[in-house]
Design a protein around this ligand. Sequence first.
Ligand SMILES: CC(C)(COP(=O)(O)OP(=O)(O)OC[C@H]1O[C@@H](n2cnc3c(N)ncnc32)[C@H](O)[C@@H]1OP(=O)(O)O)[C@@H](O)C(=O)NCCC(=O)NCCS
Length: 165
Amino acid sequence: MEITACTAADVALLDRYMGSPGRTSFHARRFARQEAGECTCLVAWLDGRPVGHTEMRWIGCADADVRAARPGCPEIGGLAVWPEELRSRGIGTALVRAAEGLARERGLNVVGIGVAKDNPRAAALYARLGYRSLTDYLDRYSYEDADGTIRECVDPCTFLVRDLP
Ligand SMILES: CC(C)(COP(=O)(O)OP(=O)(O)OC[C@H]1O[C@@H](n2cnc3c(N)ncnc32)[C@H](O)[C@@H]1OP(=O)(O)O)[C@@H](O)C(=O)NCCC(=O)NCCS
């Protein structure tokens, strides 16, 4: 398994193997954010296929109260491993550690990650990786479903932080 920064050529492969339901490519929108300097997208590869991804959002959490609670903290977001049978083999951990490495390269000493209240397995993973609760917040986001309808979501979440050694 290797982890690389996402390139323009990777977007089509991500759509093919880790596609999103809507007509607008989730990966293309994320890559556009990388091109704008807002984030760095990471892709995990196994046998030439993308099997995981995350993004390091240099601009931090979208919630202003979270940003105020820990100014300058970047956010690891959109972490996923697919297909499901490849989970619990360390790919998610490797993506988180790679994102932390990017933060270190920028001279940052803290990294954050938001986790939904109804995702205790992910919360358990982040606790094992050294993340501790900073504050609760409401994660507001939208996505396009298979019919092309934009769905607005509000998820109760906890923002976790890890001080980098
Ligand atoms: C969370 C996720 C990225 C972890 O990736 P991973 O490659 O399975 O992670 P690792 O192998 O490094 O660690 C496995 C641990 O992740 C946690 N985990 C969380 N959700 C999981 C899931 N759906 N399946 C398997 N493990 C999961 C468990 O604590 C697991 O430990 P265990 O194997 O002892 O049960 C992956 O499970 C996933 O894509 N889940 C669905 C999307 C998601 O919930 N993303 C997180 C948003 S905050």
